[in-house]
Design a protein around this ligand. Sequence first.
Ligand SMILES: Nc1ncnc2c1ncn2[C@@H]1O[C@H](COP(=O)(O)OP(=O)(O)O)[C@@H](O)[C@H]1O
Ligand SMILES: [Mg+2]
Length: 454
Amino acid sequence: MAKQSKSKSSPAQQESSSKLLSLASISSKERAKILDSLTPQQLIDLRWDWRFWARPEQLPPEGDWRSWVIVAGRGFGKTRTGAEFVRDQVKNKSARRIALVGRTAADVRDVMVTGPSGLLAVHPDHERPLYEPSRRRLTWPCGATAHTYTSERSDQLRGPQHDLAWCDELAAWSYPYDTWDQLMFGLRLGNPRCVVTTTPRPIKLLKDLLENPSCAITRGSTFDNKLNLAKAFFDQIIDKYEGTTIGRQEIYADMLTEVPGALWKRSMIDDHRVHQPPATLKRVVVGVDPAVTNKDTSDETGIIVVGLGSDDHFYVLGDGSVKASVDTWARAVVTRYNMHRADKVIAEVNQGGDLVARMINQIDSTVPIKKVHASRGKVLRAEPVAARYEQGRVHHVGALNELEDQLCSYSPMNSKISPDRMDALVYAITELDSKNTIDLKIDSNANYQPRNFF
Ligand SMILES: Nc1ncnc2c1ncn2[C@@H]1O[C@H](COP(=O)(O)OP(=O)(O)O)[C@@H](O)[C@H]1O
Ligand SMILES: [Mg+2]
């Protein structure tokens, strides 16, 4: 399934496949004999020898590439590949000033640095860099350093220069273009290189990279790494995504451009995105599409916050959707209501009846709730909202990736995923868009200031 396009396999890749193949092709008895013949030190060395464990497509391709872009499904081993590449570059003295860039500060810290596939985990004790989170810095025993950056603060990349960059989950970055431009501007020491590890999303930056002849491209799917994935993780991914449109992206790393039959197109969102909401909003509501069961396979609860500007445009402020027990999602609704100083919660009560309102009010009895019954079909409800997007009257504040993927891939003809985020968004915008609400005396949200909870 995995394939390396636009690049020949390198000697390291060939060596890796031959080592693995030779060990895999002999009988278990012979294998045990070989392993028994190794000294304890050789066994330890083997444990940390990435060229031994890596699948060929996880090793750097041959050639004079400046960027190596690995676009693959969830669990393919992308993060591990990025971390191992950084380790290798430091070890062979090709890199001394490194930029590590992830979507959020938490992603960089918890995935790229301290995560199970991250930098600290791939180094043996004596090679492991010292991590100082407060300085956003890692220092290797040889003196090489890496600094961490996030796509939410591209300004941090203004100034520092690097000779190597590792960008994880670039297609999910909050401000991909600003961040990439700043990073590239400072990537100018020595013979600079960049490795990008990401599940695809149809953003222009990634499309441009994949078409750039100076990029080496590796593609692969979740199945390529099945043997190394925990069964529960693998089963969960397959159960959730196999056979769905979005699964083509999440498992097989297909770049989904436009999905036939989908009500939303990427450009309807991308062309009108804003960094900040207006300083004043006439009203803010939290749309909720509740999941009333909490079995493993049950749906997510869609929780989407939308504000109405004085220009009568709609600002999608946040997505607090969760897959959790009733008590937990009810708390998430109240958190979003407070965080965005909302006026009201709009909750669909088809399945849960009064339970939905009761659960939210048990956590905070002062939260006003408007119950809506979804009597019209999903598509009929969603069409007028999609039309508002087409008119350029709906603005996403920052990137709301999961909501946007759902909007652009949901088509009643081919989706088995329940579009909970889309439904919650539709309830919220429909509420703000109705004549009644627009005529209301509206002053409760003057001077809108989101509280910074996180
Ligand atoms: N070649 C490999 N050999 C052994 N384990 C691997 C290999 N490639 C990846 N893994 C492991 O598979 C798991 C998933 O890898 P990860 O890099 O987190 O995936 P992704 O970032 O693509 O979602 C991790 O535990 C990782 O260490
Ligand atoms: Mg990863």
